[in-house]
Design a protein around this ligand. Structure first.
Ligand SMILES: *Cc1c(COP(=O)(O)O)cnc(C)c1O
Length: 480
């Protein structure tokens, strides 16, 4: 087990030689009031350079990450993130600018944002964009606020947002945060929205519908055009949760399917490392009739220069402090520019191919409730292993022993013992085969040696955690 870095510390040990202080203590006292001066030394670890390097290298391999191994965490699109993105986002012209600098000195940054908005509109088939939201869920909230404003501008106060029972939890929570109530739509036996249920529930009290397409089962909503029409007949707004955009790039887009608003998880589809809760970005794009409600300030171009304009009287206002998560935008810009529309279409085709390969190969041993051609992910189930006393959680924990991250488990809620697999396009057939072999071995163990599954994982730095206790009995400790 790796120690806390303070445990390597001993008095006087040094990792770097610093130049002599450029100003004397006396000079400092002339400029900084006594009350603000530190009375005791700062408590920093005193360690050598190799100790620092080894400490952080060891820590970085204790957890699983995309650069270490396969990460088929469904719905999260844990693809490999090209290092060139980081390199370019780290260029001084991007990394060292300040959000409050005069606009004339950040023209390049504003132009990048302006162009990225245009690219995202083209890729989603929409008219206008905002880059402000800091996550997919934040994009949802922004979108739902726009839906609210759209109806209010017409003097209507609508109460409900419709959401399918297969939806990601952020959809109802975004609707609720914007003071809507939610109504759940049933899924039919094919795993898609039940049109009759939609017909019944879609009234003039409903402000809009939020759906994920492909849905969280990895299935394309086959009747999407009809769904959109039904909502539009009642002047509702149709929001597409775009977290699964990795399946659609260059093939079809929310605009062509009739949606009015969509969000894009830049950190998922457009490759920013996002395991461990790192920065995200969830721009939304909208159709023309909703453009005036977008958050301000917006980047505009006039006389060949770029500026931030707040001259949008119908805007819902700001949804973030400054520009948004700029570094994530740069990475997305690099990724989209490098691949171009043909490359992006390849991304989606390969993501779909990889998912279907795994689905067909795993179907021998694992239950797959909606087993037909899927998009970029599919949902298997541990249901037929339950009679052997094995839960999906046991399967997920055992996978860690093979150096593989587990798929998403117990989501979506409409599949019992769900195992949601999203391989992404960046994995080779050899890697996919390794995953299949591990799953087949787990299936054998379930029949022959179930205890090895109950006790898993065996090889990770920590064994099975008490997740309930971790949630109920939060204990955050700081090193003094
Ligand atoms: C990831 C995800 C979200 C939320 O996006 P964040 O960027 O994590 O806030 C919403 N819906 C679906 C289907 C997702 O997979």
């Amino acid at each position: 087990m790796e120690q806390v870095i303070y445990e390597y510390s001993s008095k006087g040990k040094k990792g770097a030689s610093l130049p002599a202080k450029p100003v004397s203590e006396d000079t400092v006292k002339n400029y900084i009031p006594e009350t603000l001066l530190r009375q005791t030394d700062l408590n920093l670890p005193e360690v050598s350079e190799p100790e620092v390097v080894r400490h952080f290298t060891n820590l970085s391999t204790m957890n699983h990450h995309v650069d270490k191994g396969f990460y088929p965490l469904g719905s999260c699109t844990m693809k490999y993130n090209p290092k060139i993105n980081d390199k370019i986002a780290g260029l001084p012209g991007f990394a060292n600018i300040h959000p409050l600098q005069p606009e004339s000195s950040v023209q390049g940054a504003l132009e990048m944002m302006y162009d990225l908005e245009k690219m995202l509109c083209a890729l989603t088939g929409m008219h206008a964009a905002t880059l402000q939201p800091a996550a997919g869920s934040h994009g949802e909230l922004t979108g739902v606020m726009i839906i609210k404003k759209y109806h209010e501008a017409k003097g209507e106060k609508r109460k409900y947002i419709l959401i399918p029972d297969s939806a990601h939890g952020t959809n109802p929570s975004s609707a609720y945060s914007a003071n809507f109530e939610t109504l759940a739509l049933k899924s039919n036996e094919k795993g898609c929205i039940d049109i009759n249920d939609l017909r019944e529930k879609m009234t003039r009290d409903v402000a809009g519908l939020m759906i994920t397409n492909p849905n969280t089962l990895g299935l394309f909503e086959e009747e999407v055009e009809q769904i959109v029409d039904i909502v539009h007949q009642h002047d509702g707004i149709v929001y597409m949760d775009g977290a699964n955009l990795n399946a659609l790039l260059g093939i079809t887009c929310p605009g062509d399917l009739g949606f009015d608003i969509t969000h894009i998880n830049l950190h998922k589809t457009f490759s920013t490392p996002h395991g461990g809760g790192g920065p995200g970005s969830g721009p939304i794009t909208v159709v023309k009739k909703l453009e005036k409600y977008l958050p301000e300030p917006r980047v505009i171009k006039s006389n060949n220069s770029f500026k931030l304009s707040s001259d949008f009287p119908d805007s819902i206002g700001k949804v973030i402090g400054l520009y948004g998560n700029f570094g994530v935008m740069v990475r997305a810009y690099v990724y989209v520019t490098m691949l171009g529309i043909r490359g992006l279409a390849e991304v989606s085709r390969n993501a779909i191919l990889n998912a279907n390969y795994l689905r067909v190969r795993l179907a021998d041993k694992f239950a797959i409730p909606y087993n037909r051609a899927c998009m970029h992910e599919f949902v298997a189930s541990g249901d037929n292993h339950r009679e052997l006393g094995i839960k999906t959680l046991d399967i997920a924990k055992r996978l860690l022993d093979f150096g593989l991250h587990a798929p998403t488990v117990y989501f979506p809620l409409i599949v019992r013992e769900a195992i949601m697999v999203e391989p992404t396009e960046t994995e080779s057939k050899q890697t996919l085969d390794k995953f299949i072999e591990a799953m087949e071995q787990i299936d054998r163990e379930a029949h022959e040696n179930p205890d090895i599954l109950h006790d898993a994982p065996h090889t990770t730095p920590v064994r099975r955690l008490d997740e309930l206790k971790a949630n109920k009995d939060l204990n955050i400790c700081w090193v003094k």
